[in-house]
Design a protein around this ligand. Structure first.
Ligand code: MEV
Length: 440
């Protein structure tokens, strides 16, 4: 059996790279040269990246694009997006322009609470536990004073703490369920620190509150952790205009509006479609979440759980036509921050936030939701008219050309040619071959 490597994290960067290259790459020198090509020339920037995580060997670049013309609650913004998928920024920009001419996007912050739980096991009488919880509650709140003082000053902090009986779901399972307002911070570290304090106080004081019960029935803390399910940190984004203003190429405004609403209804009732529909929304959401240094895994997990809250996975967006008015909207949980974490640390994140006029967390929730709604509008708009492939493959053309080793001049010719023709990898290959034959 092969032995694992030990002490790896303590090796120097070049020792790690050399070891990886020799272990795994057919051509170790070629591998090392690719790794080194992505190092940053500015050693301060590189050191920052090296220290974000353990065992950094190089940087993984994503394109950082911008989508202009987003009118959000009357403010005109250019949205930064970090994403690799070729058509996303183009689709966002197209939707932004479309809605700029029709009143723009509106948003409303519905709630801003986040939660976390101390999960524990207790096999005694619930009544004793409840009496103890009522007694200890003020002490629990006091115990986190040092952690929450600056959050309290900013108008946030602990909002509530409850004892919840979960024994119907799992034998002897209880929890302390706490809600927090973390203002402009995403607040994960803050919440986790508070929860761990609650856990320690709750467990320890039980032994002094009721020593005989505590000996027989101890409070056994299993874990204390925030929840990325954030249905109480919710923003609504919407667009609305008279149906008659929804003119698109090759279809009447009325037909477009009703096909659009029908497509959304399908995503509401059919999980196979809903997943792809919501994936398109997340194309926009994740790109902004990444560009602004937020945790896209947390957002993804929370959003999809929210999309399943009825018991069936469903569309996040909704659309209706009422009295000749088309309205398209989405409620989405977005636990985001504009202070703390990467936001002050990563120069590009700082720049992205500055581009957005240094939003607070609520404004960032609005902007991110709008990016998702715009993306979904663009995707459904294409799906119910031309189909998705026309625009998608046009944007993918340069990737195919790059894969085939086309130079700048050849790429220009390919773009010209495919203004009218359908893009497929084979078609691009054959047109490129023709260009090369003609050039010989
Ligand atoms: C592709 O990344 C996203 C779409 O599939 C979304 C959708 O189908 O609504 C185009």
């Amino acid at each position: 059996m092969s032995k694992g490597v030990s002490g790896f994290s303590k090796w120097t960067k070049s020792e790690k790279i050399r070891w990886i290259a020799e272990q795994y790459f057919a051509d170790p020198n070629e591998g090392i040269s690719i790794i080194e090509r992505y190092w940053h020339a500015d050693t301060t920037v590189q050191r920052l990246h090296d220290e974000f995580i353990e065992n950094t060997i190089t940087n993984y670049y994503l394109p950082f694009g911008v989508a202009p013309n987003f009118m959000i609650n009357g403010q005109l913004l250019t949205i930064p997006m970090a994403i690799e998928e070729s058509s996303v920024v183009a689709a966002a920009s197209k939707s932004a322009k479309f809605w700029l001419e029709r009143g723009g996007f509106q948003t409303e912050i519905l709630k801003t609470l986040k939660s976390g739980q101390v999960h524990f096991t207790y096999s005694g009488d619930f009544l004793h536990l409840k009496q103890y919880f009522d007694f200890i509650q003020p002490e629990l709140k006091k115990s986190i004073g040092a952690i929450t003082s600056s959050m309290d000053k900013r108008g946030g902090g602990l909002q509530s703490i409850e004892l919840i009986d979960k024994t119907e779901k799992l034998e002897h399972y209880y929890q302390l369920h706490a809600t927090f307002d973390t203002v402009d911070a995403m607040g994960a570290n803050f919440i986790n620190s508070c929860l761990e304090k609650f856990a320690a106080v709750f467990k320890d004081s039980w032994t002094t509150f009721n020593p005989s019960q505590a000996e027989k029935y101890p409070v056994d803390v299993v874990m204390s952790i925030l929840s990325n399910y954030a249905p109480e940190c919710l923003v609504r984004a919407s667009v609305s205009c008279p149906v008659s203003k929804l003119e698109v190429k090759g279809m009447s405004a009325q037909e477009f509006a009703s096909k659009f609403c029908r497509a959304v209804r399908i995503a509401e009732v059919e999980p196979y479609r809903a997943v792809t529909h919501n994936k398109g929304i997340m194309n926009g959401v994740d790109a902004v979440v990444l560009a602004t240094g937020n945790d896209f895994r947390a957002v993804e997990a929370g959003v999809h759980a929210y999309a399943s809250r009825s018991g069936q996975y469903s569309s996040l967006t909704h659309a209706k036509i009422e009295n000749g008015q088309f309205t398209f909207w989405m409620d989405i949980p977005l636990a985001l921050g504009t202070v703390g974490g990467l936001t002050q640390l990563h120069p590009l994140v700082r720049l992205a936030l500055e581009m957005l006029q240094n939003p607070d967390a609520k404004q960032l929730m609005s902007i991110t939701a709008v990016a998702g709604l715009a993306q979904n509008f663009g995707a459904i708009g294409s799906l119910v008219t031309t189909g998705i492939q026309q625009g998608h493959m046009k944007m993918h053309l340069l990737n195919i050309a790059n894969q085939l080793g086309a130079d700048q001049k050849e790429k220009k010719q390919l773009v010209e040619h495919f203004k009218t023709d359908v893009v497929t990898p084979n078609a691009v290959r054959s047109v490129l071959q023709n260009i090369r034959n003609l050039d010989q």
